[in-house]
Design a protein around this ligand. Structure first.
Ligand code: HEM
Length: 144
């Protein structure tokens, strides 16, 4: 029962993660005002919280309620999944810092570097790849 509940939390966190990131992609523009950055920073904060929900539920599945830690730890596909998650986290640092910094800017309009949009797109792409690795490893594919 706990297992099913934690799996649901893992999925719910994921839904929030993807929707907030898609919203960021929609909100970000080549030139933005501090007010618009405040909105983006808020969405980005919810994005951060959702990644913590996914992580906490993931760790619980791994070490507490799942199929036993070694079932996952022994699978290289699981390690690739975790590495991609870490990569998404690292990629998100630059946009987060940029949004927070410009919330309080004195300029009326601030230019947004094109790489911010690219980073969000790469994050979205990686988040769409991770579930494929997840379903494989949860079935034991790739275990030795
Ligand atoms: C964006 C990041 C993530 C995505 C998209 C994701 C996606 C998924 C999906 C779709 C499943 C279900 C697989 C299935 O039951 O067939 C799953 C299961 C699982 N996830 Fe994640 N996950 C992410 C991050 C994490 C992290 C960070 C951890 C660990 C720290 C983790 C640990 C697990 C574990 C242990 C399972 C297996 C549960 C089971 O055996 O039923 N996940 N994940």
């Amino acid at each position: 029962m706990e297992y099913i509940f934690v799996k649901y939390i893992h999925f719910a966190g994921l839904l929030l993660l993807v929707s907030t990131l898609a919203l960021e992609h929609f909100l970000v523009k080549p030139k933005m005002s501090p007010d618009e950055f405040r909105t983006l920073a808020l969405v980005d904060m919810i994005y951060g919280v959702s990644s913590l929900i996914v992580l906490a539920a993931g760790l619980t599945l791994w070490f507490v309620v799942g199929k036993g830690a070694s079932f996952y730890t022994a699978n290289p596909i699981f390690h690739i999944k975790l590495s991609l998650f870490v990569l998404v986290g690292l990629l998100s640092v630059y946009p987060t810092v940029f949004f927070i910094r410009n919330r309080t800017s004195k300029q009326i309009l601030i230019e947004v570097p094109a790489k911010i949009v690219m980073i969000i797109r790469v994050e979205l792409l990686l988040i769409f790849v991770i579930p494929l690795l997840a379903v494989l490893m949860a079935q034991g594919v790739g275990r030795h």
